[in-house]
Design a protein around this ligand. Structure first.
Ligand SMILES: [Zn+2]
Length: 79
């Protein structure tokens, strides 16, 4: 039987997709484009941290990388 038959509670929604909760299965369903992913509460929390950490570190990396490029003496730049 499809999990779609159970009523879902919409938890969050943005341009990336939606997250809804099935109170019958106790599972969170993530719909991101054509991808549908069912995870439990603990995995949702871990996924949230994973994405936040990745986003944070990507920003740090991009900022540091920009600074590094700016700090290079001009004769060391590759143009
Ligand atoms: Zn369900």
């Amino acid at each position: 039987m499809s999990a779609k038959k159970h009523p879902h509670i919409l938890l969050a929604e943005n341009h990336a997709g939606t997250a809804s909760y099935c109170d019958t299965c106790h599972m969170v369903e993530l719909e991101i484009g054509a991808i549908s992913l069912r995870v439990d509460e603990n995995t949702l929390a871990l996924l949230g941290r994973l994405l936040r950490d990745a986003d944070y570190r990507l920003n740090v990396y991009q900022n540091e990388r920009q600074k590094f490029i700016q700090d290079l003496p001009s004769d060391l730049r590759f143009h």
